[in-house]
Write a protein that binds this ligand. Structure first.
Ligand code: PTJ
Length: 247
């Protein structure tokens, strides 16, 4: 039983979600380790969304609204923590959710599919009955993607993963928006836009800014996008961590 007065209640609540998702066959065993890594970086950034990340989330909203075929790629950790927000964004923008797992088993795919079905997501791709195609220049379990989803998309949202997928998709000319508390990860370093924040804080803000910018013209959105530089964003994120060590 979680005590709401506990000074680290929020953090314990997230751990509880992670443990429950593991028991329910949604989270990979390694998902627990990945969560712990995320917690460490969250501690270093002060467990709050920085001003720099608010700007990055605004730019991400502009990218989503300007894209033709965005896809929300989900794994076990994302589903454990923010399935409701993913479903909300999918419905708001009328875009698919695609299941793409590193530790892929038919059983886990089925469990994750059930979560999004229950939340009313219309188009769930990457399921066991989908048609797949390999991502060029990418080996491993994340390479096969849905022919109707990631393969044809122009923007892919890839939260909470590290590896070579972001780079392989970026090299195909796609816009990659990642969420990763570790600004030094390969995914963070090779994305078009990297939101260095906890996904549980970033998702509600992303939804808020998508709603807020819905009536912006394409020119206004493009201006926001053109003023953004991910290298500067990542440098700022690292500086935010370093500043916390100044005595
Ligand atoms: O569900 P599967 O089979 O696809 O497996 C998913 C995991 C997460 C196990 C797999 O992709 C993996 O091993 O990922 P990594 O290499 O541990 O990378 C996960 C990244 O997400 C790390 O850089 C963490 O810092 C980051 N991260 C973890 N939790 C959060 C986070 N970033 C933002 N918010 C979080 N809550």
């Amino acid at each position: 039983m979680l005590n709401k007065d506990h000074p680290r209640y929020e953090s314990l609540l997230l751990r509880h979600k992670i443990v429950e998702a593991h028991k329910n066959g949604i989270l990979a065993d390694s998902g627990m380790i990945a969560h712990g890594r995320g917690e460490t970086y969250d501690y270093l950034i002060g467990e709050k969304t920085t001003d720099n990340s608010i700007n990055t989330i605004k730019v991400s909203a502009a990218y989503f609204l300007n894209a033709k075929r965005p896809v929300l790629s989900v794994n076990g950790n994302t589903t454990a923590l923010v399935a409701e927000d993913i479903a909300k964004l999918s419905k708001m923008l009328d875009i698919p959710v695609e299941i793409n797992l590193y530790y892929r088993t038919d059983e886990r795919v089925k469990r994750i599919e059930e979560v999004y079905k229950k939340l009313g997501v219309k188009e769930i791709l990457g399921t066991n009955d989908d048609e797949f195609i390999d991502t060029p220049n990418l080996n491993g379990p994340r390479s096969p993607v849905s022919i109707d989803g990631i393969s044809k998309s122009d923007l892919i949202f890839i939260p909470l993963e590290d590896g070579d997928r972001a780079e392989a998709l970026y090299n195909l000319g796609k816009t990659i928006i990642s969420v990763d508390l570790n600004p030094l990860s390969r995914t963070a370093q090779t994305s078009t836009v990297t939101i260095v924040d906890n996904i549980v804080r970033a998702m509600p803000l992303l939804i808020k800014y998508v709603e807020e910018f819905e009536d912006y013209s394409s020119d206004e959105l493009t201006k926001m996008i053109n003023n953004f530089d991910n290298k500067v964003n990542l440098d700022n994120s690292i500086r935010d961590i370093l500043n916390r060590f100044e005595l």
